[in-house]
Design a protein around this ligand. Structure first.
Ligand code: FAD
Length: 351
């Protein structure tokens, strides 16, 4: 009998495993490669929504937790994951500069929006109105995290790389059993894979496909993240990730020529140097109708829990949401009502 069975090892599954390790709980993880979101993400953490200069949902509560979380993972796994790069927002006009400085005056945004107007000194970028700098930002190498963490769990012999089969799950008074594993509880952290989960597929997880390109641009020589209609994210060795797209209809992980064209068209409005495309990836963000995570216990079945719905902000939300789920299960803590799946209980009754 283990304490937990976890299905899914993206950012959600990893963050929950870390809570368990911290508290000396035993667990088994089952994970397949049907979803790619955590593997291909841009990995940015940035407390500000750069379209309207608003604070992202609970950003203030999440940012410190997130930084500590990735720092302790770096120590534990012996790899560098958190690259503390600034994010620069290109201003399109003087009006936009004014909106930025108005926002930067607000108490809530003061820790995150610099009040200096940065002039553009990079000849490869079109940014005649300069940049605003977001503070407390960075990039987590999520691909390296997933790979290294999978290796870590494989060495501990607690990771099974296979697809979870719902027909083999039995629930009982004392916990659940899955094939040869008995566990006190099961936590599903399967991202968009939730669609195939008969216990939770009543929830309004829409999913938003996103695509990213990687380009090689030897003369760009930019070390900061640049945000205009798309992000330019430096990842070293003259490589930059360009993204991302948002599509609501297409629900597969295949890169498309339409997205590639869209990204390049946007990129070329503010980049004017030679580059070569070296990679193109796609994945489905686990986005929810009301744009809040999906966390909590199954409406009627004991021992079955969910950690999902991180949308386009998994890097910052994963440590915050996993803490709350753990405290709720182990100590009866309260899950933030905005992300508790209890808000959709009526939808469950209807099914
Ligand atoms: C193009 C793109 C760019 C992004 N950029 C950023 C960014 O810059 N910053 C940021 O914070 N977020 C970003 N995101 C969002 C971020 O990737 C997600 O919020 C986060 O990765 C979701 O993590 P997850 O663990 O919930 O889901 P996932 O990453 O989808 O992980 C779920 C895991 O469960 C597995 N699984 C599913 N079903 C089963 C099953 N039946 N059996 C076994 N295993 C199963 C999947 O294969 C997968 O390994 C981006 C997303 C995309 C698509």
């Amino acid at each position: 009998m283990v304490d937990y069975l976890i299905v899914g090892l993206g950012l959600a599954g990893i963050a929950f495993c870390e809570r368990l390790e911290e508290h000396g709980k035993t667990f088994i993880v089952i994970n397949d490669d049907s979803q790619t979101s955590s593997n291909i993400a841009g990995g940015l953490y940035n407390p500000v929504i750069l379209k309207r200069f608003n604070l992202a949902w609970k950003a203030h509560e999440q940012i410190g937790l997130a930084k500590n979380f990735y720092k302790s993972l770096e120590v534990k796994l012996g790899v560098t994951l958190d690259h503390k790069v600034p994010v620069l927002r290109i201003f399109a006009s003087v009006e936009e500069q004014n909106l930025w400085f108005e926002a930067a005056d607000k108490q809530k945004l003061q820790p995150y929006l610099s009040t200096k107007l940065l002039p553009n000194t990079n000849p490869c970028l079109n940014a005649q109105f300069g940049f605003g700098e977001v503070l407390n930002t960075g990039r987590v190498d999520t691909q390296k995290l997933v790979k290294t963490y999978s290796g870590y769990l494989t060495n501990k012999k607690v990771l099974f790389e296979e697809t979870f089969n719902f027909d083999d799950l039995k629930t009982g008074a004392k916990g659940v059993s899955y094939r040869t594993v008995n566990a006190k509880r099961i936590v599903f952290a399967t991202g968009f894979g939730l669609k195939k989960n008969k216990y939770f597929n009543y929830l309004p997880l829409n999913g938003t496909k996103g695509e990213l390109l990687t380009i090689k641009a030897p003369i760009l020589k930019e070390e900061r993240v640049i945000k205009s209609s798309v992000f330019i994210i430096p990842v070293g060795n003259d490589l930059y990730r360009i993204g991302a797209t948002y599509k609501w209809k297409d629900k597969n992980n295949e890169p498309t020529s339409e997205a590639r064209l869209e990204l390049l068209t946007k990129l070329e409005t503010f980049l004017n140097c030679d580059y070569k495309i070296v990679n193109h990836v796609a994945g489905i963000r686990p986005t929810v109708a009301d744009r809040r995570p999906l966390v909590g216990k199954h409406p009627v079945l004991d021992h079955i829990y969910l950690l999902n719905g991180f949308g386009s902000r998994g890097v910052m939300i994963a440590p915050y949401a996993s803490n709350q789920l753990y405290e709720y299960i182990e100590h009866g803590g309260q899950i933030d009502p905005e992300m508790d799946i209890a808000r959709y209980e009526k939808a469950y009754i209807k099914v």
